[in-house]
Design a protein around this ligand. Structure first.
Ligand SMILES: Nc1ncnc2c1ncn2[C@@H]1O[C@H](COP(=O)(O)OP(=O)(O)OP(=O)(O)O)[C@@H](O)[C@H]1O
Ligand SMILES: [Mg+2]
Length: 232
């Protein structure tokens, strides 16, 4: 599902170079659930951003679902991302003037799905994430946990092959974090959605069948470094 070869990322900040990633090699078969761990500044968010196609590596190759991201540009990259990759961030980036349901529907609208199909999928997603009762509210009228669930619903509504999440439980209390954990576990098991979750949360790490550890931009430990190919 995901294949990284010698991926490096350098940032130049006021004449000095930050090596955020230093030669990452990684293969993640379809259907895996991976926890991406490591101290602050070790490169987790940078790696997720590169796998999401939000950012380009300084060198190296990234293939997602058989496509080399370097060969996808502009509109083609945008529609590939929209249809295949779900993103969940700590700051949910919900659109403030849209209701919860409209936020969830947004990717389907951008993909051009007919409105009856859109409505059907959004309703199901809101039901599964226990958001039906607050569907008409705007983000500011929701709790942090509800906003986080709207963000997850929006990421999942397209039924992505790959879900990338950056600290999805960081702003939640115990109950909220457990809910998010259960949702991620459910979609991984039921839909065989490949999960890669950057986290400091030990509970989230128990969800994962594989633990990938970064330090100073290098992969320093991997509980399953040569995964059996599962149709990736
Ligand atoms: N846009 C940027 N410009 C310059 N340096 C950056 C940029 N983004 C990240 N970095 C640097 O790259 C390194 C890796 O950062 P990254 O955000 O990937 O770490 P992280 O593992 O996600 O940390 P955290 O656990 O705190 O979220 C850090 O040294 C960071 O300062
Ligand atoms: Mg980070």
């Amino acid at each position: 599902m995901v294949r990284l070869s010698a991926v490096a990322k350098r940032y130049v900040v006021r004449a000095s170079t930050v090596h955020a990633l230093r030669g990452i090699n990684l293969q993640v078969p379809r259907g895996s659930a991976c926890a991406l761990v490591g101290p602050t500044g070790s490169g987790k968010s940078t790696l997720l951003g590169i796998m999401a196609g939000l950012d380009r590596p300084s060198s190296g190759r990234i293939c997602i679902d058989g496509r080399d991201l370097a060969h996808l540009r502009g509109r083609h990259l945008a529609s590939f991302r929209l249809a295949r990759i779900g993103l969940v961030f700590q700051a949910h980036k919900l659109i403030p003037v849209l209701s919860a349901a409209e936020n969830v529907a947004l990717p389907l609208t951008l993909l051009g799905l007919p409105s009856c199909e859109r409505r059907r999928r959004v309703e199901r997603m809101l039901g599964e994430l226990r958001l039906a009762a607050v569907a008409k509210r705007r983000p500011a009228e929701l709790s942090g946990g509800q906003q986080q669930r709207v963000g997850i619903a929006r990421a999942l509504v397209v039924e992505p092959a790959l879900l990338l999440a950056d600290e999805p439980t960081a702003s939640l209390d115990e109950g909220g974090a457990r809910e998010v954990l259960e949702i991620l576990r459910l979609i991984n098991v039921r839909s065989r959605t490949t999960l890669i979750v950057a986290t400091h949360d030990p509970r989230l790490q128990t969800l994962a069948s594989r633990r990938i550890q970064l330090r100073e931009g290098q992969l320093v430990a991997d509980s399953d470094p040569a995964p059996r190919s599962a149709g990736s």
